[in-house]
Design a protein around this ligand. Sequence first.
Ligand SMILES: [Zn+2]
Length: 501
Amino acid sequence: MSTADRLVDYDELLTRYEPVIGLETHVELGTASKMFCGCSTTFGAEPNTQTCPVCLGMPGSLPVANAAAVESTIQIGLALGCSIASWSRFARKNYFYPDIPKGYQTSQFDEPLCVDGHLDVEVEGRTYRVEIERVHLEEDTGKNLHVGGATGRIHGADHSLVDFNRAGIPLVEIVTRPVPGAGALAPEVARAYVTELREIVQALGASDVRMEQGSLRCDVNISLNPAGATELGTRTETKNVNSLRSVERSVRFEMRRQAAVLDDGGRVVQETRHFHEDSGTTSSGRSKEEATDYRYFPEPDLVPLAPDADWIETLRAGLPELPAARRARLTDEWGISGTEMTWLANAGALGLVEQTVAAGAAPGDARKWWLGDLARRANDTGAELGELAVTPVQVAQLCGLVSAGTINDKLARQVLDGVLAGQGDPAQVVEAQGLAVMGESDELVAAVEAAIAGAPDVIAKVRSGKVAALGALVGAVMKTTRGKADAPTVKRMLEERVLGS
Ligand SMILES: [Zn+2]
């Protein structure tokens, strides 16, 4: 059980071991129809309503490859700097499982569509090159639903149901080579890689890459080498890690767990492991000690894929601006440093800041809110920035109210609270709660005069030359007006009355 796992302190393990990570990412393509038949791919439909003889594996049915899926896969390969094979074949990966109606998965084996690419990711000012071994095209499996157990897993369940709506949805698998050299930052590098990959696929429009819906799924491999050793340690594979944060946490946990096993003179078991979101731990799944023989053989019902050079070049020319190029352009346009841009991107704030700027905010103001107050609130609730109940347009409106002097930063935070609580746009919250900065109203004049009358000793000090003492009175007025006054205005009003200037 995972709860019984002994864990080594993270910093301490790094003095003895070097982590090596590897990632296998599955992306469900956003094509309208499935990989080898015309069935719809819409998410969330009634179980088993999007099926046909082909994706149910009926005898005599014949598959036809989806051209849009092949194009998307080649574009992903090109975006990752891969070579595109001029000859590639599908293969049958034979195994039995209830969610795989044909008794095999149509995948690619020794002749994948794309090979030998790379993806550079930046973490804390350093660039890490993640080498891509292959990008291949396959079909998704159906989905098993285990009913009656406490955990939703098969153990303890009364019975299981299968939904074949997902069976046959095109799936692209992107496999990295082992990534050594990340050291203490291995968890962050793994996360940065998945983040960057997700953004690339999104920029290509190839998938909606929603990790929570399973359209981007990640298997995280991790092993530890004794420091200085060159041979790779035994790896474990944590399956279906379904958020960016979990990618990072699962790597960190596995490093600490494996270090304890090795410290105790034990041996890491080569196996798949499950990640548990609630506890941040992993537990043992299926052993991979004995290599499974999938008896791959070329798929006889499908013609080989042989994309010609012209087609590949047309697809290359059609690639959109990729995230790295976009970041370089925005770094320049916004006049910020590369490090600031990396923070923005790694915080998942880039698109949000870009949209906020597009809605009229100054880049500096947009960055300040998303990386400051909003990042803190997202962090407090364990949410992603984009999940907060505030839109880039609303943040731009907030910035607009501050720069127009309607509210100050302090009031803006209260306005933000209102927006996040669903009270409407910033202007509506200002109106409803009366949060606007006070002009030089009778109320403010009264507050200033009351402050002066209440502190003759301070006034004497100021008049004897200690002008800085006025600060105490500014504070007093801000307090009486509950932060709604504009501090520079208050200071000017005090100076006019006390110093006669
Ligand atoms: Zn079908």
